[in-house]
Design a protein. Structure first.
Length: 117
């Protein structure tokens, strides 16, 4: 499955942004999908994920500010980000895997989010 992440941009602290991850495959609804980010000089980290059953998981640092959701009719997964902080700056990637897979093996190209203070 091919993934495309979009929706990044330059925003100010406290603003909101919605990232989209769209897929080329109609079977996307059967994949677990995750959002990851990589800040400058840091390793990539998991941000949020959603299973094909719509169970959601978030990293503790998000502190309830982000919401992951999916629209299977549009083959899309979204990451709604609110109360953005400068430390949220980074390249955000979406990734997908079959539920039985151990690791995410399909990755999008990334979209840059820059939060200014």
């Amino acid at each position: 499955v091919q993934l495309q992440a979009s929706g990044g941009g330059l925003v100010q602290a406290g603003d909101s942004l919605r990232l989209s991850c769209t897929a080329s495959d109609r079977t996307f609804s059967s994949y677990n999908v995750g959002w990851f980010r990589q800040a400058p000089g840091k390793e990539r980290e998991s941000v949020a994920s959603i299973t094909w059953r719509r169970n959601t998981y978030y990293t503790d640092s998000i502190e309830g500010r982000f919401t992951i959701s999916r629209d299977n009719r549009k083959n899309a997964v979204y990451l709604q980000m609110t109360s953005l902080k400068p430390e949220d700056t980074g390249v955000y990637y979406c990734a997908a895997k079959r539920p039985s897979a151990v690791q995410y093996n399909f990755w999008g190209q990334g979209t840059l989010v820059t939060v200014s203070s």
